[in-house]
Design a protein around this ligand. Sequence first.
Ligand SMILES: Cc1cc2nc3c(=O)[nH]c(=O)nc-3n(C[C@H](O)[C@H](O)[C@H](O)COP(=O)(O)O)c2cc1C
Length: 249
Amino acid sequence: MLMLTRFHSYNNRKFLFHRYPLMNADPRSPTPPLSHNPHQFDVGEIAAVYKAIALRRDVRHFCPGNVPEAQLTRLLAAAHQGPSVGFMQPWRFIRITDPALRMAIYELVEAERRHTAKALGEREDEFLRLKVEGVRESAELLVVALMDGRERHVFGRRTLPEMDLASAACAIQNLWLAARAEGLGMGWVSLFDPDALAALLAMPSGARPIAVLCLGPTERFYEKPMLELEGWAERQPLHTLVAENHWPG
Ligand SMILES: Cc1cc2nc3c(=O)[nH]c(=O)nc-3n(C[C@H](O)[C@H](O)[C@H](O)COP(=O)(O)O)c2cc1C
């Protein structure tokens, strides 16, 4: 159970101050289990799970190499084991192997990168200096889309239709973590016009691409999010994001 103690002021707002392990935990060295739980993994396995979570990075720099077929299948199987609302499994994966198609996807991403830069106003130049994709360099390129016909699935989506997207994001996170554990970099690119990408890949009406995934060998995993290293944003302290019983006011 999440245990919270007293309030303190942060950025002129009241937030909860925590002194319990959840708030202080170093994700790279999680607190070892204190009591025996017959369902838990052994200590090394638990550490490996937290390690994959902590060391996963959004990778934009790829080096030459390939992803063996069996490994790619394993990673996609990990994605396919993700949770989904009403078990609808809304994800569809399209592997891009045609170099011309890859270049066409790159052009879509580049066009959207320019639009995004304009929309950012005073941060335009700073944004343009960032590397935000590795579409041309990664060994594999996967497009993830939401399937068509999703309106038939109302279990868990009647009031929250976007749970299909949440489900597909869970699948992508599985793939991301499994890739990290296997030493492969992955980057999620969402800079594209979904209608244009859907048309390019001959998707049926109602299907919607949500991710271009760049996957493959990399020379390095950034020690922190690249956007943090580049000074674009910082990770917010966990205790400022967790509250008890009501929205912190
Ligand atoms: C839904 C989603 C879309 C993203 N789209 C992009 C993108 O288009 N370009 C990019 O450089 N990074 C993209 N990212 C990666 C984030 O920038 C990255 O996750 C964040 O900076 C934290 O870094 P980390 O993943 O290495 O921890 C996306 C991440 C998510 C979850």
